[in-house]
Design a protein around this ligand. Structure first.
Ligand SMILES: *Cc1c(COP(=O)(O)O)cnc(C)c1O
Length: 219
């Protein structure tokens, strides 16, 4: 089956609202696929492995904005610090501290999202609401001038049950709204993938992470 990547990019770009950013999740896909999306105008790409993302960053046009969407180990932060545009799944103080340190070494400010655990499955990463609020309000963050927390991210349970997905997304949106009044730097709500982005947008997402619906299934 042939996949029409450029066409898929154009379809997404025209059907999602203007305020919703499209992250093309290109993990496991070859550079030629990313270039096809790039030539259709796509500029934000999401990867979940640092080494793979760095190899793609080195090979592909420099005006691409690279988003790390996977779980990040502190000892890998240094590899992406020179170029990463947004880290989606930040979930600890020690990780923020390391991102700040590496951003400073690179004379950059790195933008991050905090990941809220909204799924019922145990396997999903992310923080409880209590831990997330505690982290956001940790007074030590005031000393970190090279990291900026700009929003929240979450992944719903992988299920056919749309009501469950909607409950999980609305919990994330409520948490986002309640924190935003006190922390106006929170602007991004990264919520929705190929299978559930419509529900994500319905519940207030302004950034969707789309892989298979653009590039086809992964092996
Ligand atoms: C792989 C991945 C996606 C994209 O998944 P699709 O179902 O292929 O759209 C989105 N977000 C995260 C965190 C991922 O790991």
């Amino acid at each position: 089956m042939s996949i029409h990547i450029a066409e898929n990019i154009n379809t997404f770009t025209s059907k999602i609202p203007d305020n919703v950013a499209l992250v093309a999740v290109s993990k496991t896909k070859p550079n030629s696929d990313l270039l096809e999306a790039y030539q259709a105008g796509q500029r934000i790409f999401g990867e979940n492995k640092i080494q793979e993302m760095t190899e793609k960053w080195e090979a592909l046009p420099k005006d691409i904005e690279w988003h790390m969407i996977g779980h990040v180990q502190s000892n890998k932060v240094k590899y992406m610090a020179p170029y990463v545009g947004l880290i989606h799944a930040v979930d600890s103080f020690s990780l923020i501290k390391e991102i700040n340190k590496r951003a400073k070494q690179n004379k950059r400010e790195i933008r991050c999202l905090l990941q809220l655990k909204i799924a019922e499955e145990d396997s999903k990463f992310g923080m409880s609401k209590e831990d997330l609020v505690g982290l956001l309000e940790d007074s030590r963050l005031a000393h970190f001038h090279h990291v900026k927390i700009v929003g929240l991210m979450g992944m719903a349970t992988f299920t056919e049950d749309e009501e469950q997905i909607e409950r999980e997304f609305s919990f994330l949106k409520e948490t986002f709204d309640s924190l935003k009044s006190k922390h106006p730097q929170l602007e991004i709500l990264s919520m929705g993938m190929s299978g559930d982005y419509e529900l994500g947008i319905k519940h207030g997402s302004n950034m969707i992470r789309i892989g298979s619906a653009i590039f086809g299934a992964r092996n």
